[in-house]
Write a protein that binds this ligand. Structure first.
Ligand SMILES: Cc1cc2nc3c(=O)[nH]c(=O)nc-3n(C[C@H](O)[C@H](O)[C@H](O)COP(=O)(O)OP(=O)(O)OC[C@H]3O[C@@H](n4cnc5c(N)ncnc54)[C@H](O)[C@@H]3O)c2cc1C
Length: 333
């Protein structure tokens, strides 16, 4: 375990943020020492992966915990892939594809680490990581114990799991590698891409589907290494259809998927698109031109700049549609 002081917290919004204490953990034995250290210091702590889904303050007066667990192991007999929390998610997906393991290809190019994937149950293009996870191996910073969560115990739901805002540090995950061999290409934007590019569905394989996903993502999402952002800043909203205020815009102006019993999922990107021109200008934060769910910064924004711009969006959406948006990334106090 390596302890450092006053270290910059790397984050994809490029908020200038400094942690009082920064601890790197690289083996299981370190966790017990870490547990004692945290109890002794009595300071707040923050577990970080690659920082692509956090909105950090200028100063974090606590302990940042970063992991260095990079194992990657394919057990073809047990039909599992074991990956350490620090493995980069996209590299992991590429390794699965090389090993002819289905199910991961639609999650290509999602930024971040393997360890963070179950936290908000990452998902894209009709797939969610919850469908691929067998066991999550954790250390509990509250009790000082190692625990293994099976899929059910993770309580996965849309962009959520029991691991969110929890005291559990994920250090390794077992993924299932026995998924059926079908490609998942029914998602609307994948179908549109195949048709527009006249791609014969029969020619598709894991690699080509992954490339298509990368191509779609690159056309609508900014690369956080070039334009600072944290991906979708708001979740889509599940709401009773009758509660939506249609006095200014009709239901047909919105993007809506039926869920059940009159409940619908409303695409938040379209809501923001429709009210975008009513928002006040911010010096350091803007809505990305190709995707209105993404807030970008000029690398000079503070946490306050980002949150107050998000609040303006939320207030306007609430006033116009009677829909309460929820911020997707984790806002650190
Ligand atoms: C351009 C862009 C596109 C994106 N697209 C998608 C998308 O399509 N779908 C999607 O679901 N998300 C998307 N995201 C969000 C992001 O990629 C995911 O949330 C990712 O899982 C974050 O990984 P990270 O390692 O950067 O986590 P961080 O941002 O470092 O942390 C995120 C949260 O996880 C916790 N955490 C991190 N590692 C651990 C660990 N080992 N143990 C316990 N807790 C941990 C942190 O405390 C924090 O609460 C996108 C982000 C960007 C910038």
């Amino acid at each position: 375990m390596i302890i450092s002081e006053n270290i910059n917290i790397s984050n994809s919004l490029k908020i200038n943020s400094c942690a009082k204490l920064y601890i790197q953990v690289s083996k299981k034995d370190d966790f017990v020492e870490l547990y004692k250290y945290i109890k002794n210091k009595n300071l707040p702590y923050l577990i970080v992966g690659e920082g692509t889904n956090i909105v950090v303050p200028e100063a974090f007066n606590g302990i940042v915990i970063a992991l260095d667990f990079n194992e990657l192991f394919f057990d073809h007999d047990l039909r599992i892939v074991r990956a350490g929390a620090s493995v980069n998610w996209h590299n992991f997906v590429c390794e699965c594809i090389k090993n002819d393991i289905h199910g991961f290809e639609n999650l290509s190019l999602i930024p971040g680490s393997v360890g963070a994937a179950p936290i908000q149950n990452i998902g894209a293009y009709g797939q969610e990581v919850s469908k691929l996870i067998k066991n999550v191996y954790c250390f509990d910073l509250n009790t000082g114990e190692f625990i293994t969560l099976d899929n059910k115990s993770c309580h996965f739901s849309y962009r959520n799991s029991i691991l969110k805002n929890n005291s559990l540090v994920v250090y390794s995950i077992d993924f299932k590698s026995d998924n059926n061999k079908l490609l998942n290409i029914e998602y609307e934007s994948i179908k549109r891409y195949l048709d527009a590019n006249r791609i014969d569905r029969k020619t598709l394989n894991l690699q080509s589907v992954s490339e298509i996903i990368c191509s779609i993502r690159n056309s609508i999402l900014p690369d956080p290494n070039i334009i600072p952002n944290a991906g979708s800043f708001f979740k889509n909203v599940i709401i009773d259809k009758n509660e939506i205020n249609t006095s200014e815009f009709s239901i047909d102006d919105l993007i809506i998927w039926d869920v059940e019993d009159g409940m619908v999922k409303v695409g938040s990107a379209r809501l923001i698109e429709l009210i975008q021109n009513r928002l006040p200008k911010s010096n350091n934060v803007t809505i990305y031109s190709n995707h209105s769910l993404v807030l970008t910064t000029n690398a000079k924004a503070s946490q306050g700049d980002v949150i107050s711009y998000a609040n303006e969006i939320m207030k306007t959406v609430k006033d116009v549609f009677n829909i309460k948006l929820e911020i997707e990334p984790i806002v650190i106090n």
